[in-house]
Design a protein around this ligand. Structure first.
Ligand SMILES: NC(=O)c1ccc[n+]([C@@H]2O[C@H](COP(=O)([O-])OP(=O)(O)OC[C@H]3O[C@@H](n4cnc5c(N)ncnc54)[C@H](OP(=O)(O)O)[C@@H]3O)[C@@H](O)[C@H]2O)c1
Length: 327
């Protein structure tokens, strides 16, 4: 099931990332916050994005306090809202941040505790699918040219998508994308992650075919929970009950540890586009390369997923423009 990756990657001693800029979605909490902390501690400039100004401000304050000298800015971005995505991407493209390059985007934001009944976004998309998959499909398209331009002067830039071990648990091929026929909370989550996994791998195939110097990688954090994660004011403040409940799940790991896989996928030069990375023992452990889940490995399924996301968002990735921008 699992293949080995280079063993010498040390999440505690990342390469020097000074001069690089990364954008992280859903950076005010959980894995997104801890990944941002690790990137900033290695010297990268990090744009923390999130949908709520107060939560973003709290994460910004916490990060600056925990990583002295960190270089971070914030960006309001609700990934379930196409208008918010386009506005946020325009700010990045327009150079409103202190660096004009963009070395990678961590497409992390997501609904993990999905609603019990089907909910829709304002533009009529099923909420979990729209947040976890469609929003990132649009964001990546909006930022592709900027990523490609930054890559032209150095190595490939990167997109990292958030998969999940749950996609190995026997769910069928995604067909009812909007869950109009039957909605079930767990199924909504797993299907959205399956779509994300397929998009991440298909994006890489299309980027290679179009000669765009951007790699697309999928990573998953195993099973990473807040009650096993250190307390960070305004970011991770689990109740005593949650700590107790999470503490009796020895197969789980902290969100800080779970973020290692995401950061490796984003920054390790040995990681290649189209690969899938996660913890060695599925739910926890050091980060290794893994086999994609069954449907994500199927070219026909990936093509259908891609075309459905294009249709539902009215978005086509600007491959030709990105390739030209990189030259
Ligand atoms: N934890 C795990 O074991 C696990 C396993 C597999 C995959 N993952 C994936 O890892 C990612 C992060 O999970 P997590 O455990 O860190 O979850 P989390 O602690 O619940 O954090 C989720 C983050 O996403 C943000 N978010 C949710 N909806 C958003 C929207 N519409 N626009 C912008 N941001 C939004 C949240 O912001 P608010 O604070 O504003 O809600 C929060 O910052 C998800 O994609 C998840 O599917 C997690």
């Amino acid at each position: 099931m699992i293949t080995r990756g280079p063993a010498d990657w040390d999440p505690g001693a990342l390469p020097d990332l000074s001069g690089r800029m990364y954008l992280v979605t859903g950076a005010n909490a959980g894995l997104g916050y801890f990944a941002s902390e690790k990137l900033a501690a290695a010297g990268a400039h990090v744009i923390l994005s999130g949908r709520h100004p107060n939560r973003l401000a709290a994460a910004h304050d916490a990060l600056e306090a925990r990583v002295p000298g960190a270089s971070v800015e914030t960006l309001l971005l609700d990934v379930s809202n196409p208008g918010s995505i386009r506005a946020a991407a325009a700010s990045v493209r327009g150079g409103l941040f202190s660096r004009s390059r963009l070395d990678g985007v961590l497409l992390n934001a997501g609904i993990v505790h999905t609603p019990r009944t089907r909910e829709l976004t304002r533009d009529g998309r099923e909420l979990v699918f729209a947040t976890n998959a469609l929003g990132h499909f649009v964001l990546a398209a909006e930022l592709l040219t900027t990523l490609a331009k930054s890559a032209a002067r150095r190595e490939h830039s990167r997109l990292v998508w958030l998969g999940s071990v749950s996609t190995h648990l026997g769910i069928g091929e995604p067909t009812d994308f909007q869950l109009e026929r039957r909605y079930e909370a767990w199924h909504a989550y797993v299907q959205s992650k399956l779509v994300v996994h397929a998009l991440g791998i298909e994006a890489d195939a299309r980027l290679r075919a179009a000669d765009v110097p951007v790699d697309s990688v999928v990573a998953h954090p195993g099973y990473s929970i807040g009650g096993r994660t250190e307390m960070v004011t305004g970011v991770n403040e689990p109740s005593r009950w949650k700590r107790l409940r999470d503490g009796v799940q020895p197969w789980a790991q902290s969100k800080k540890r779970g973020a290692d896989a995401l950061v490796r996928a984003l920054t390790d030069p040995d990681v290649r586009g189209g690969e899938y990375w996660g913890p060695k023992f599925w739910t926890q452990g050091r980060t290794v390369r893994q086999r994609p889940s069954r449907w994500a490995a199927d070219r026909d399924v990936r093509t259908r997923v891609w075309e459905e996301c294009e249709r539902l968002t009215g978005t086509e990735w600007p491959f030709a423009r990105a390739a030209r921008a990189a030259r």
